[in-house]
Design a protein around this ligand. Structure first.
Ligand code: SF4
Length: 444
């Protein structure tokens, strides 16, 4: 093992990228590569990149420059993912020490491309492959108690701010049987919580089965206790899908439902294809079918043309819907997206956007705090994930995706426990483990 070639992967961006990195590590393991945790002296260094925001790209470019000093003369440096797809051969011109630029559909060729780089070739492989699902790859998972399973690649929506349709191509779904097979194998490895991944995951359709079929099939794999999915699109919550969520025991009572804006006119400019009323109606249908459902969201402020009145509608929706939490962003124009063609005069100054973001964050935090304070004293089943960042407590998660910090030691990682919520910082909880008559089984 000691003399097998080594590979170091650094991952940026969304869960899809984390999952892709696991696939790449799995692929390279089949070719004898050993994963290492530091770049120094690795035979292959891969930087799996994100293109969603300009500052994410700038950060990665800086990091690619820095990695030079960790490389041996023979190290192959590859840039993969969405930024690789977006910049293609331009990246090879920009960073002369980069050997490979590979888009999200090119990972099958990774071992042979590395060989080419060893022979002095510098290659950019950024063509789309609509048939590529990496079904036969065995992901090498990094996270211990929970696994991500990609079920769909690409996206057919064309939200005007988003680079994903350009970097990941059109939507295609993986065969249901294949997802079930991977779920069975993952559960057999001792993992009992799975998150199905897709850009608009609930539009999943493999030609025969829709997302409702997928939830039911995956949810009935013996031993699976928690089934999550991310990210859905509000327009793809059919009655069938909501019914499957409500009746499949493993499906957790949490939906991350990107809203992006609470204003119908802003949503129209974003080409989100739903109005404020339709979003509200989607939330109502989900809540009626799944009592106690936790809802989180994504919101962008400062989208071109956003007026103060439109922003006020977003704040109104935040307080009306009562999100459990929200990821909030300032709009950043991405080269290659339709939003860059909107009239220059619609641009919102950074000052205004920053001020709106600050107000939005306050509104979200205050909503989260109110919800969380109301939950103190409740008891919830938690899955212990890892040591908390400060290392003195354990980080555990409820089915509703709320984080609870509980006392304990590493031996409890992977266990399901009952916890009473005893305190909240506003966003996360502290909890006390409540003895149960029969110990809940371990995830492993
Ligand atoms: S639904 Fe819109 S935001 Fe989401 S990946 Fe597709 S284009 Fe991007």
């Amino acid at each position: 093992m000691a003399d097998s070639p080594t590979v170091y992967i650094e991952t940026y961006g969304c869960q899809m990228n984390v999952s892709d990195s696991e696939l790449m590590l799995g692929r390279l393991a089949e070719y004898g590569y050993r994963a290492v945790d530091v770049p120094d002296g690795a035979d292959v260094i891969l930087v799996n990149t994100c293109a969603i925001r300009d500052h994410a790209e700038q950060r990665v470019l800086g990091r690619i420059g820095e990695l030079k000093r960790h490389m041996k003369a023979s190290t192959v440096l590859g840039v993969t993912g969405c930024m690789a797809q977006r910049l293609g051969p331009r990246l090879l011109e920009r960073a002369k020490h980069v050997d490979l630029v590979i888009g999200p559909d090119g990972y099958r060729a990774l071992p042979s491309l590395i060989e080419s780089a060893r022979n002095g070739e510098r290659v950019a492989k950024v063509d789309f492959d609509l048939e590529e699902h990496y079904e036969d790859f065995r992901a090498r998972r990094v996270d211990g108690v929970s696994a991500w399973i990609p079920v769909q690649r690409g996206c057919d929506y064309k939200c005007t701010y988003c680079i994903v349709p350009t970097t990941r191509g059109p939507e295609r779904s993986r065969a249901l049987d294949d997802v079930v097979r991977e779920t069975r194998e993952t559960v057999a490895e001792g993992i009992t919580e799975i998150t199905l991944l897709g850009q608009t995951v609930n539009s999943y359709n493999d030609g025969t089965n829709d997302f409702a079929d997928l939830l039911q099939a995956v949810g009935s794999v013996p031993g699976l206790r928690r089934l999550r999915f991310t990210s859905p699109h509000p327009n793809d919550f059919s009655e069938r899908v909501i019914e499957a969520m409500a009746t499949t025991g493993a499906v957790c009572e949490h939906v991350h439902l990107p809203m992006q804006s609470g204003s119908s006119t802003t949503l129209k400019r974003m080409l989100r294809r739903y109005s404020r009323e339709e979003y509200r109606e989607c939330v109502a249908r989900l809540r009626a079918a799944i009592p106690g459902l936790a809802l989180t969201t994504d919101i962008i402020v400062g989208f071109p043309g956003e007026t103060e009145e439109e922003f006020a509608e977003t704040l109104e929706m935040v307080s009306e819907i009562g999100f459990d939490d929200a990821f909030t962003f300032k709009f950043s124009a991405r080269e290659g997206t339709p939003a860059t063609r909107l009239p220059e005069s619609w641009t919102i100054s950074d000052e205004v956007a920053s001020e709106r973001l600050a107000r939005l964050i306050l509104a979200v935090r205050s909503g989260t705090r109110t919800i969380n304070l109301g939950m103190l004293g409740e008891r919830h089943e938690v899955l212990v994930e890892k040591l908390s960042r400060r290392g003195t407590l354990l980080q555990a998660r409820t089915r509703h995706h709320r984080t609870v910090l509980i006392p304990g030691d590493e031996s409890m990682i992977g266990r399901y426990l009952m916890a009473e919520l005893t305190g909240t910082t506003g966003s996360t909880f502290t909890g006390a483990v409540v003895p149960t008559r029969a110990a809940l089984p371990m995830a492993g």
